[in-house]
Ligand binder design. Sequence first.
Ligand SMILES: NC(=O)c1ccc[n+]([C@@H]2O[C@H](COP(=O)([O-])OP(=O)(O)OC[C@H]3O[C@@H](n4cnc5c(N)ncnc54)[C@H](OP(=O)(O)O)[C@@H]3O)[C@@H](O)[C@H]2O)c1
Length: 273
Amino acid sequence: MAGKVCLVTGASAGIGLATALELLRAGHTVYGLARRVEQMAAIESAGGHAIGTDVSDEAELERAVHSVLAKEHRIDVLVNNAGTAVHGSVEEVPVAEARRVFEVNLFGLARLTQLVLPHMREQGQGTIVNVSSIGGEIALPLGAWYYASKHALEAFSDTLRQEVTPFGVRVVVVQPGIIKTGFEDDTPRQLREYSGGGPYAKVAEWMARRAEQAFQRDRTGSDPVVVARAVREIVTAPDPRPRYAVGQYAKLLLRLNRILPDRLFDKMVTRQR
Ligand SMILES: NC(=O)c1ccc[n+]([C@@H]2O[C@H](COP(=O)([O-])OP(=O)(O)OC[C@H]3O[C@@H](n4cnc5c(N)ncnc54)[C@H](OP(=O)(O)O)[C@@H]3O)[C@@H](O)[C@H]2O)c1
């Protein structure tokens, strides 16, 4: 079958939007899911579909999957890309904020996977692409909940792959490096709100300034299209790898993390203090 029916979450911006457009260009049928439907107009203009969905809302996920199945009678590809973060020290970030991150990055993704899997199993084929991060293997100061959610996603994906491979369903983790999107736009504000006035203020301010410089002024990083192209390749690859590290610094940082002893890695990422 040439054109596959694809669901892409977080399709209103950044990596998800680029992925939805890339899959459309490749001739697939694409449904973008995100809360800001108006930000998915480019997907509709390119022949795709947009469904307003909060991935942390189970009823909305059920409605979205139901409406795709009612029209297409199949789902071949699920790209779990929607993501969020919170920045601040472990001591100061409210646990409610941590829960919000996990609701989107892990539980929402898991529920959508549960809804789609029975259909992929019945079809005897399907591809689930989970967008993790280099933060799925690496952890940095003042980002514990984001890194914890992505580490959890990595383990979840490994188990899922082991369980569903016998049914013909492929599970692939994508680990982007630094990608030029609006993902970090709120980071400086969060760092200052949660950790700007207490014992972690010095490192929080240093990181807030660095985030402003990296993500707002210079916009360092790879274009989201590099991740989109990787997903396009994965979707049609006869035998995709379990993991793809893509974009600026991804392979380098993952390799460093794997070879350096923990204390040396800690020194490297905290040396500004
Ligand atoms: N940018 C990077 O450097 C980088 C690096 C590694 C990994 N990643 C991962 O890549 C993924 C995409 O991030 P991005 O960089 O493209 O960021 P982005 O431009 O901020 O896009 C985030 C997307 O997630 C969606 N989203 C957030 N909360 C949602 C919710 N509750 N329900 C539905 N959709 C939700 C947003 O849509 P709405 O707000 O419209 O709902 C938006 O479309 C994330 O999982 C992130 O962790 C990014």
